[in-house]
Design a protein around this ligand. Structure first.
Ligand code: S3P
Length: 181
């Protein structure tokens, strides 16, 4: 890909953003910036600890700051937490210098992927499936604002990454075409 714009992976928890992001960054020879990981490094504690001790609002402030800082650089693959783009300013900052790629998966797939994880503070409800469905309903319209959307059900991270790369190349050709005619 010739463009220096960031590639930004968005989407619900358990859709494969981190796995796909790592593969994409390697294949594109780009730096990988995982927003949550950067926050954990800066805060020297885990996301669930930040949620537990300071609450979600505090975490969202850190997330916003990190997204603002990260968006000011180009040529990166950025992976975001599932709630990051629910904030309009975050979405705009990421879009201003990036190509947004949304990953999706069915509630059943997400359930299977997240049911045994303990580090996700938003998935603590006794009825996990209902909580996934509730959050997905609110969030899906925002994820759909991405430039490209891919379902990760039944696909490996490498397969999804290859699909994204192929689509990005095509997208770029199309963009060039638009300049010429
Ligand atoms: C969140 C998703 C998490 C993390 C935090 C909040 C969310 O990231 O940012 O727990 O609001 O969906 P992943 O999507 O990587 O699990």
């Amino acid at each position: 890909m010739k463009s220096d714009k960031n590639i930004v992976l968005i989407g619900f928890m358990g859709t494969g953003k981190s796995t796909v992001g790592k593969i994409l960054a390697k294949k594109m020879n780009r730096a990988l910036v995982d927003i949550d990981h950067r926050i954990e490094e800066r805060e020297k504690r885990k996301i669930y600890e930040i949620f537990e001790k300071e609450g979600e609002e505090y975490f969202r402030r850190l997330e916003k700051e990190m997204i603002r800082d990260t968006s000011s650089h180009s040529g990166q693959v950025i992976t975001t937490g599932g709630g990051a783009v629910m904030d309009a300013e975050n979405l705009a900052a990421l879009k201003s210098n990036g190509f947004l790629v949304a990953l999706s998966a069915s509630p059943e797939t997400i359930y299977q992927r997240v049911k045994d994880t303990r580090h996700r503070p938003l998935l603590k409800s006794p009825d996990l499936m209902a909580e996934i469905r509730r959050l997905l309903e609110v969030r899906t319209p925002v994820y759909k604002k991405a430039d490209l959307c891919f379902a990760s059900d039944g696909r490996s991270g490498a397969q999804v990454a290859d699909q994204i790369l192929e689509a990005l190349e095509k997208e770029e050709e199309f963009e060039f075409g638009k300049d010429w005619f």
